[in-house]
Design a protein around this ligand. Structure first.
Ligand code: DSN
Length: 435
């Protein structure tokens, strides 16, 4: 980092402080992770200088021979990782990938059915403050409030809703849903009402790649994802169609003009539909991350992520916390704090003061606003990357409980912060700024 240090001490100082924050604290935001140095080096490379609008072999710029190689490697690795026929690695983010899904499959005013944001869905799945809710008519399914299915999706109710509104598209995927999805049943509902089925696997992509959760590829017409969360790549997005893609789409692909198949339709929605030049340095970095995810060690990582989340859920339950859905199948634990008399906002702030980073989160049937919330969401991908196992996660829950039991006690928070710093020194992260 010596060039940066000399050229721009102000930004270097920010970076150094951020690295110290990441090194010393506990990162429990479920959508965050720590990438390898190799992934970061590809991102911070001269490929950032290159314009490469178009696709490998069909660019609108000269000098793309190496950009083409990088993008083809990324595409081939993604196909191998997820067992799919077609992939587009150019979306700048998950939201961009999702925009390309709408652009391809929906017309403004069309109706779609997605998981309610307040029940764990995502902004781009129809929130009124997002383009998806502004341009399209969004309808929702949710999770059960009570009973044995509390916190889980009841597929009979999804079917009833789909039959009632006859959506053009049904979306699956979430930012705070702790159970796996029944893709086969979703597909049968989609087929019954003539809807496209779209899975946004942003949160769980790494766990799906590792074969640890149900596989959406054989069932969904289109799958979108981010590449950073459990997949542990650079912050970016991607679109995928499963094996035998045209048949997976379940309909005859439009053949108007020069567009021949669904993959090409999605390609043209990404560029020129809604993006300009792809970020070739990020695409190269995705290729590096996909190679890491293809390694056997990534399966072990995914197993640890899930095991650690289960341990956290059990520990929270033992300490009297209301864990939504009673546990977790993935990397997320969602905690409803209403029985503890503390809001998500207060909890997030108190934990941050102890260098424990979580996010406040709406819980199903929340009575607080999204800026306050009644819950927190915690996740294990980042600290599992640092090597923490069950014993550390048990200790983490004990420390969180200490803070939340007395959230305005500064002495208590300072003491927890000390324990956190002590713990994290045993799991070193990056030392490149200070080395
Ligand atoms: N903002 C991400 C999350 O935290 O889940 C989803 O895009």
């Amino acid at each position: 980092m010596s060039h940066l240090q000399q050229a721009d001490p102000q930004i270097f100082d920010v970076l150094q402080k951020e690295v110290d924050r990441q090194n010393e604290g506990l990162e429990l935001i479920a959508s965050e992770n720590f990438v390898s140095r190799a992934v970061m080096q590809a991102m911070g490379s001269p490929l950032t200088n290159k314009y490469a609008e178009g696709l490998p072999g069909k660019r609108y710029y000269g000098g793309c021979q190496y950009a083409d190689i990088a993008e083809n490697i990324a595409r081939d690795r993604a196909k191998e990782l997820f067992g799919c026929d077609w992939v587009n690695v150019q979306p700048h983010s998950g939201a961009s990938a999702n925009a390309a899904v709408y652009l391809t499959l929906m017309k403004p005013g069309d109706t779609f059915l997605g998981l309610n944001l307040a029940h764990g869905g995502h902004l781009t799945h129809g929130s009124p403050v997002n383009f998806s809710g502004m341009l399209y008519k969004s309808e929702y399914y949710g999770v059960e409030k009570d009973g044995p299915m509390a916190g889980r999706i009841d597929m009979d109710k999804v079917r009833d809703k789909a039959l009632e509104i006859r959506p053009k598209m049904i979306s699956i995927g979430a930012s705070a849903y702790t159970r796996d999805f029944d893709y086969a049943t979703f597909r049968s509902i989609a087929d019954e009402v003539g809807a496209f089925l779209w899975m946004d696997m942003a949160h769980t992509a790494g766990l799906i790649a590792a074969g640890l959760l149900n596989d959406p590829m054989p069932h969904c017409h289109i799958v979108s994802t981010t590449t950073h969360k459990t997949l542990r790549g650079p912050r970016s997005g991607m679109l995928l169609i499963g094996k035998d893609g045209e048949n997976t789409m379940g309909r005859v692909a439009p053949k108007s003009g020069r567009v021949k198949n669904w993959g090409e339709l999605f390609d043209s929605s990404v560029f020129p539909g809604m993006q300009g030049g792809p970020l070739m340095h990020v695409i190269a970095s995705k290729a590096v991350a996909f190679a890491e995810a293809l390694d056997d060690s990534f399966t072990t990582y995914g197993q640890d992520v899930i095991a650690n989340a289960s341990i956290m859920a059990d520990e929270f339950i033992d300490r009297g916390y209301n864990v939504v859905s009673g546990g977790t199948d993935n990397h997320v634990v969602l905690i409803d704090l209403r029985n503890k008399g503390i809001t998500g906002k207060t909890a997030e702030a108190a934990l941050e003061a102890a260098d424990i980073t979580v996010n406040k989160n709406m819980v199903p049937y929340d009575t607080e606003s999204p800026f306050v919330t009644s819950g927190i969401r915690v996740g294990t991908p980042a600290m599992t990357t640092r090597g923490m196992k069950g014993n550390e996660f048990k200790e983490i829950v004990a420390l969180i409980d200490r803070v939340l039991s007395d959230p305005h006690n500064e002495g208590n928070i300072t003491s927890v912060k000390g324990a956190i710093h002590e713990m994290t020194t045993h799991f070193p992260l990056y030392d490149f700024v200070t080395a």
